[in-house]
Design a binder for this molecule. Structure first.
Ligand code: FMN
Length: 164
């Protein structure tokens, strides 16, 4: 588990090998196992495999191009009307999804949409999402075509015990 957390890196290049339905299911189950305030689970997940839609998502901003190349893109959305904590809850779900991808030998990257209103509107239009949903991020996932070293980034200076 700890090794998987350290091995997770942002993977932005993918082989053409498909991601299976079973792998997608595993990642979604991991995402929905995340903690959420009062266990409201104010999240929705759109699984985008259609190449035309992925191409459109890739154009949402200058750092979202990976969506065109990854065989699957998860779009993590929140329902703000159901919880003030939707951002935290959907972020926890996104991290779980990324860790599950790593555990499966896949790679992915968090591509932020929130809090850029224009980007959120663009995604909402492409995927015909309800006005009440806010797309937190895209998560392109595929078989890694790049390798990155595991790391901890542990910094003792950021750790504080008891009162400062
Ligand atoms: C909130 C958030 C937004 C991010 N947005 C993008 C993005 O739009 N495009 C991208 O390529 N990477 C994005 N990333 C990935 C970061 O660049 C990456 O996590 C960071 O450089 C550390 O590298 P690592 O994930 O390999 O440890 C985002 C990460 C987070 C947490």
């Amino acid at each position: 588990m700890i090794n998987c957390i350290k091995a997770r890196r942002s993977i932005r290049e993918y082989t053409p090998e498909p991601v299976t339905d079973e792998q997608i299911q595993t990642m979604l189950e991991a995402a929905m196992a995340a903690p959420s305030a009062s266990n409201i689970q104010p999240w929705e997940f759109i699984v985008v495999r259609d190449p035309t839609l992925r191409q459109q998502l890739a154009q949402v901003h200058p750092w979202s191009g990976m969506a065109a190349d990854a065989p699957v893109v998860f779009v993590v959305c929140g329902r703000p009307s159901d919880s003030h904590h939707w951002v935290e809850d959907c972020s926890a779900a996104t991290q779980n999804l990324l860790l599950a991808a790593t555990a499966l030998g896949l790679g992915g990257v968090w591509v932020a949409m929130y809090p850029r209103n224009q980007c959120e509107d663009h995604v909402r239009a492409i995927l015909r999402l309800p006005e009440t949903w806010r797309p937190l991020c895209l998560v392109p996932v595929g078989h890694p075509a790049e390798t990155k070293a595991a790391r901890t980034q542990y910094d003792a200076q950021r750790v504080h015990y008891d009162a400062l």
